[in-house]
Design a protein around this ligand. Structure first.
Ligand code: ZN
Length: 257
């Protein structure tokens, strides 16, 4: 089964480059991606972008993260509007696969009332542990909205046919996961923040912010192995790579007919 996958840009963030590449100076403006995955058995998102409130009051919404992030996010760029633009109502989304539970990956969950959240159990537990909420910079306002939750452990084949498979890539956060999707003849890996930039993968250049550096390196090596075997790797926040990614309503890649 080949999927239809659409890429959306749900805003941009300007951050100190060192946050993404340890030891570097300056600032970088990076995209906030989300992806729609259409399958005969249902509609899924991989990540949901920023909360709509960050369009009008980012400082309050981001709280202690505000000093490190300048938000560029306009009306019409939030996930519900991005979906509407491809004729998908937000209440039609069956699953949100959250790579992890940081504000720029699950902030849009609140706009998806009928979705089941598909997260690694380790991530869900970490994001409900007071110490880790503090240490890993979670904010329950982004993900505690009463959705059904499917907390998985390890690889998970969403539709049962190998077309969309989540797999753990921990390190950035305790239970981070990435998603492998089958588009036509290609395996495309959406890394989320397991890998911020192409350079992260090429140089194994870690960010400043990593929950567990050894785990993060191991996850990057796994992604490299997938790349060596022919998978296309789409990293989490690479502005240069993002310029080459077709945006909805164009399809990401060509599905098999
Ligand atoms: Zn991120």
């Amino acid at each position: 089964m080949s999927l239809k996958v659409y890429a959306f840009t749900c805003g941009w963030l300007t951050v100190p480059t060192a946050l993404l590449l340890e030891g570097e100076s300056g600032h970088l403006t990076v995209p906030v991606p989300a992806y729609l995955i259409e399958h005969p058995k249902g509609c899924a998102l991989f990540d949901s972008g920023l909360h709509v409130d960050t369009q009008t009051d980012a400082d309050r919404r981001l709280g202690r993260l505000a000093p490190f992030h300048t938000v560029h996010f306009s009306a019409g760029e939030e996930i519900a509007s991005r979906l509407r633009a491809v004729d998908v109502a937000a209440d039609r989304i069956d699953y949100v696969i959250n790579s992890h539970l940081h504000f720029d990956h699950c902030g849009g969950n609140e706009q998806l009332p009928n979705a089941t959240l598909l997260v690694q159990r380790r991530e869900w537990e970490a994001a409900h542990d007071a110490d880790l909420i503090e240490k890993v910079y979670y904010d329950p306002h982004d993900y505690d909205h009463g959705h059904r939750v499917r907390a998985v452990e390890g690889e998970h084949d969403l539709f049962g046919d190998g077309s969309a498979v989540c797999f753990p890539t921990p390190g950035h956060t305790p239970g981070h996961q990435s998603l492998r999707v089958r588009i036509g003849r290609e395996d495309v890996v959406l890394t989320g923040d397991a890998c911020y930039l192409r350079r992260t993968l090429d140089e194994l250049h870690l960010p400043t912010a990593a929950y567990d550096r050894e785990q993060m390196l191991a996850s990057l090596r796994r992604l490299r192995t997938l790349r060596d075997k022919g998978s296309v790797i789409i990293t989490g926040h690479d502005p240069e790579m993002w310029r080459t990614i077709p945006q909805a309503p164009a399809l990401l890649g060509v599905p098999a007919s």
